[in-house]
Design a protein around this ligand. Structure first.
Ligand code: SER
Length: 319
């Protein structure tokens, strides 16, 4: 197993991914990197701006890196506030890694795509792997362009770039930042702190979601499978759980009976309305036996258990 570099290690997925990779490869074989120092001290962390190709090249050479997990990106809602900058960042970090791979400096690359590659004319229920793709967000456009480019590099330069289209990811260790699916994480924090949440998506907005342990499993699995098994050279659909804000609130209410929710949709509603409700991941199942484990109840139980512990611990800290 090669030495890995995780770019964007302070982020929502990066945090959990570093932990899992270190449990598999050993701490010293997983270098974490981000543009900010991490909250906890980490001897295997380096400060790295992934838009700076020279700096990335230096780090990869100095650390003898074999695999890169490129988890840094500007997510959908934030990207709509700064379209040009988001496009530049999302594409620049990808091309930096692809070019270093082309030079033979990286053996294997993981780059996440998203359900945001789909658009208003995509069939919304059980969205197939191959279908109409007309994303109308900057983030979605950058992910679809990225998918086309990784396929191009895989085919023309004999590279090994792997990818899944993550749904909205729910987790407790780190908050997501700037996404349209973030409500499904914020709601848990607010339920525990204030017993009240105002959703920025309407109550019937059904979106594809996934609990973090499943997202990490998908990432590790696709990176472990023999390259020949992967028929798709761009990015695999993966499915988890689909639910609406109202259904999630009901599941929380079953556990916290005085929890209340109201709805004030904002600009993120239009983004959510352009995305699928559910995903068909048959090709991921066929090619690398992918199947998610967590359903809505298992996810809600685990989120509340872990976040309650976190908040109780924080509350008991001396002020
Ligand atoms: N969770 C992401 C977002 O909302 C989708 O990939 O932007």
């Amino acid at each position: 197993m090669g030495k890995a570099l995780v770019i964007g290690s302070n982020g929502q997925i990066g945090t959990d991914l570093v932990e899992k990779l270190r449990s598999l490869k050993g701490d010293e074989n997983v270098i974490a990197s981000d543009i900010y120092q991490p909250a906890k001290e980490d001897p295997f962390f380096i400060l790295l701006d992934a838009t700076d190709r020279e700096a990335v090249e230096k780090a990869i050479k100095a650390q003898n890196i074999d695999e890169v997990y490129l988890m840094a990106a500007i997510l959908s809602a934030k990207a709509e506030q700064m379209p040009n900058k988001a496009w530049d960042i999302n594409m620049q970090v990808l091309f930096n890694i692809l070019e270093l791979g082309k030079q033979g400096l990286i053996k294997k690359i993981f780059w996440p795509s998203s359900i945001a590659v789909f658009g208003p004319n995509t069939p919304r229920i059980n969205t197939p792997q191959y279908t109409i793709m007309d994303p109308n967000t900057v983030y979605g456009i950058s992910k679809l362009a990225g998918e086309r480019w990784i396929e191009y590099y895989n085919e023309h330069y004999n590279m090994d770039v792997r990818s899944v289209r993550y749904p909205g990811i729910i987790s407790w260790k780190t908050l997501p930042g700037g996404g349209t699916t973030d409500y499904a994480v914020e709601i848990f924090h607010e339920a525990l702190k204030n017993k009240k949440y105002t959703s920025f998506l309407s109550k019937n907005t059904r979106l594809p979601m996934m609990y973090m342990p499943d997202a990490i499993d998908a990432t590790i699995n696709i990176m472990s499978i023999p390259k020949e098994n992967l028929r798709i050279k761009h990015s695999y659909n993966i499915a988890g759980i689909s639910f609406t804000p109202e259904e999630l609130a009901d599941a929380i209410k079953k556990r916290i009976p005085d929890f209340e929710i109201d709805y004030k949709p904002d600009f993120r509603q239009a983004i959510a309305d352009s995305w699928p409700e559910s995903i068909d991941d048959d090709m991921a199942f066929k090619d690398w036996h992918w199947h998610h484990k967590y359903d809505l109840d298992a996810m809600v139980d685990d989120m509340l258990k872990n976040l309650s512990k976190k908040y109780n611990k924080e509350e008991s800290l001396p002020l």
